[in-house]
Design a protein around this ligand. Structure first.
Ligand code: GDP
Ligand code: IMO
Ligand code: MG
Length: 422
């Protein structure tokens, strides 16, 4: 039977725990595919006392012999990819066999990373707070038809690279930005040679053929819907479509072949980088969330901003993604809180709004309060052992959002996941 693609994606500002859950769900699938973003992502997985952070490689690489694909919608930095892949090979994972890379994925150039820094510097206080990985300039080159793709490394690459680099250098000169890429470039060229050892493929044909053979595919989103270039808190967003539709363009899958859509949310909310965050907390409660949740960036180590869950945002991101199942992450972080708050609407210009307005920089959250469970969730293994107050919180979310919560995560380890009987 022809199969559909299930998609798993973040409903907030990223770091919801996508890596962990993709790893948990991988045994149900034959193929795991990344469809957008690049090394701005940091997906953390923990199992058997080990911890891995993946940036470009799909989180399906650890469970067995699944096929993993880096799709055409991804932007790839060969140097960072090499660093990541070599570590995994050392740990015994057979990447050369199980990982396939789209020839149509775009390459992040060393000068692309420099441009990222130069544009940020030029913005001054209005900076986006990017991860500095060259994401924006690389997608800009793609859209303006100046990009270099993985497939380009197979023929006349030196010439193509020299041209693309010269273009960037000219822009940097115009910006009066000084830099030295000698070391970075040497590593990058090493990465290009390393990349050639992998299976570079026409991934859209490959993935559709696999589905026609009855193979099941899980699309792994990066970032979160509030960082989407169209629907996020623009301009404080990333440069790709992080929403479900990105799986179609980023893998070459027709919209009518999208199956289940798993939307992930933390039991609270975080954000890294600049931009509005209506429920952000600047007090002890926010600090406790950060401390208990170890809310520091997996890629940049930056402090993540913390706040209460925002149902106005979740309703919106559920809508644009067509979410069929919710996954509630990091519930254990709220174990100590006597009261849990959830933002159910905003006050804007003196009026109450319950939908996401164009500008959220001047809204004030309106909260509903629920009783906290105040006990340790991390060792619970059965749904029926979850405390009543926590179940009430889940039911409240389901009622407000109109989508069932299928999985509940109560710790970073693969095993600390409860499947709900719904
Ligand atoms: P991703 O980018 O969406 O994959 O998420 P990150 O890996 O950037 O951030 C999620 C962080 O939370 C990681 O450090 C995970 O190990 C951790 N984590 C995931 N699920 C849970 C959970 O249920 N409880 C706790 N305490 N930590 C979790
Ligand atoms: P994962 O996949 C959290 C944020 C950056 C910045 C904005 C633009 O781990 O959830 P970029 O480098 O993409 O141009 O930065 O987006 N950002 C993320 N925040 N998690 C991520 O990925 C992110 N990727 C980008 O902090 O605000
Ligand atoms: Mg992350």
């Amino acid at each position: 039977m022809k199969k559909k693609v299930d998609v798993l994606l973040g409903l907030q500002w990223g770091d919801e725990g996508k890596g962990k859950i993709v790893d948990v769900l991988t045994p149900k699938y034959d193929v795991v595919a990344r469809f957008q973003g690049g090394p701005n992502a940091g997906h953390t997985l923990e199992f058997g006392g080990k911890k891995f952070v993946l940036r470009s490689i799909p989180s399906g690489i650890f469970q067995g012999e699944q096929t993993n694909i880096i799709g055409n919608g991804v932007v790839l930095d060969p140097a960072l990819f090499m660093g990541e892949a070599v570590e995994l090979e050392k740990a015994g994972y057979n990447l050369k066999k199980n990982l396939f890379i789209s020839k149509k994925a775009h390459l992040i150039l060393p000068t692309g990373r420099i441009l990222d820094a130069a544009y940020e510097a030029a913005k001054g206080d209005a900076k986006v707070g990017t991860t500095g990985k060259g994401i924006g300039p690389t997608y800009t080159d793609k859209i303006s038809r100046n990009g270099l793709r993985v497939g380009d490394i197979l023929e006349n690459f030196e010439e193509k690279y020299a041209q693309a680099k010269a273009r960037h250098e000219q822009i940097l000169k115009n910006l009066n930005y000084t830099y030295d890429i000698t070391e970075m470039e040497a590593k990058w060229l090493e990465g290009i040679a390393y990349l050639k050892e992998f299976r570079l493929i026409d991934s859209e044909q490959f993935v559709n053929d696999l589905m026609d053979e009855g193979k099941s595919v899980l699309g792994e989103g990066a970032q979160g819907s509030m960082l989407d270039i169209d629907f996020g808190s623009y301009p404080f967003v990333t440069s790709s479509n992080t929403v479900c539709a990105g799986a179609c363009t980023g893998l070459g899958i027709a919209p009518n072949r999208i199956g289940d859509v798993y939307g992930i949310t933390k039991a609270y909310c975080t954000r890294v980088g600049s931009g509005p965050f209506p429920t952000e907390l600047f007090d002890e409660v926010g600090k406790e969330m950060r401390d208990r949740g170890h809310e520091y960036g997996a890629v940049t180590g930056r402090e993540r901003r913390c706040g209460w869950i925002d149902l106005v945002i979740l309703k919106y991101t559920i809508m644009v993604n067509g979410v069929t199942h919710l996954i509630l992450m990091k519930s254990d972080v709220l174990d100590t809180f006597p009261t849990i708050k959830a933002c159910v609407a905003y006050k804007k210009n003196g009026e109450t709004v319950d939908h996401l307005p164009y500008d959220i920089s001047d809204v004030e959250p309106i909260y509903t309060e629920l009783k906290g469970w105040q006990c340790d969730l991390t060792k619970i293994t059965r749904e029926e052992d979850l405390p009543k107050e926590f179940v009430d919180y889940i039911k409240f979310l389901e009622e407000q959002l109109g989508v069932p919560v299928k999985y509940v995560s109560i710790g970073p380890d693969r095993e600390q996941t409860i499947t709900r009987n719904i």
